[in-house]
Design a protein around this ligand. Structure first.
Ligand SMILES: *[C@@H]1O[C@H](CO)[C@@H](O)[C@H](O)[C@H]1NC(C)=O
Ligand SMILES: *[C@@H]1O[C@H](CO)[C@@H](O)[C@H](O)[C@H]1NC(C)=O
Ligand SMILES: *[C@@H]1O[C@H](CO)[C@@H](O)[C@H](O)[C@H]1NC(C)=O
Length: 179
């Protein structure tokens, strides 16, 4: 529904740090088992559910059907529309999108970019600071949304990526608070 375009230098630096940290993990301390390997769906889901728990909202469940729809759409945007934002106006799901240039974002970093709009959202009067897109945050924490499915496509040429998450039922009902 709402669009964001985040290609700020500060993001780039932050993400570069995270990537190199992952590339060279410290050796596990004295015989402790390393954390289990995560996959993308778990990472999208945990990042959402962490933000939801912070405001007392229950967790989302992963939906293969939503993930499939998101996957088809990001690949369509990559193959036919140069990785530009999809038009989600007529989608039956809620949707968040992130375009990132110059680097590939991890699933967690993509979700955290949406959650970062939280500081511009005012719960008391359900409003957003001027020039911000709180809708990406309020969709993440929308209480009535129960299912999540996300996908990302990389555009190799310019090392950009498009990430789309779908939510069902959709959030951001005009005039309603997220929780
Ligand atoms: C990824 O994680 C999800 C959720 O925990 C799980 O259902 C799925 O089987 C995992 N897929 C792979 C390939 O490990
Ligand atoms: C595709 O998008 C990139 C920026 O992301 C731009 O540099 C390039 O010119 C675009 N290509 C076309 C065919 O529009
Ligand atoms: C909502 O409340 C905040 C903080 O009191 C205020 O700055 C903002 O202008 C209010 N917005 C609206 C639309 O009333």
């Amino acid at each position: 529904m709402l669009k964001v375009l985040f290609a700020f230098t500060s993001c780039l630096l932050l993400l570069t740090c995270q990537c190199s940290a992952q590339a060279a993990p410290p050796p596990p301390a004295g015989g402790t088992t390393p954390p289990p390997p995560s996959n993308d769906s778990t990472e999208y889901l945990e990042a959402h559910n962490q933000a939801r728990a912070e405001v007392g909202v229950g967790p989302l469940q992963w939906s293969q059907a939503l993930a499939k729809s998101a996957s088809l759409l990001v690949r369509l945007q990559r193959d036919k529309h140069n990785c530009s934002f999809a038009n989600l106006a007529n989608s039956k799901y809620g949707g968040n999108q992130l375009w990132a240039g110059g680097f590939r974002v991890t699933p967690r970093a993509a979700v955290e970019t949406w959650v970062a709009e939280k500081k511009f959202y005012n719960y008391e009067n359900n409003s957003c600071a001027p020039d911000h897109r709180c809708g990406v945050y309020t969709q993440v924490v929308w209480k009535q949304s129960a299912e999540l499915g996300c996908a990302q496509a990389g555009c190799a040429k310019d090392q950009s990526s498009l990430t789309i998450c779908f939510y069902n039922p959709p959030g951001n009902i005009v005039g309603e608070k997220p929780y």
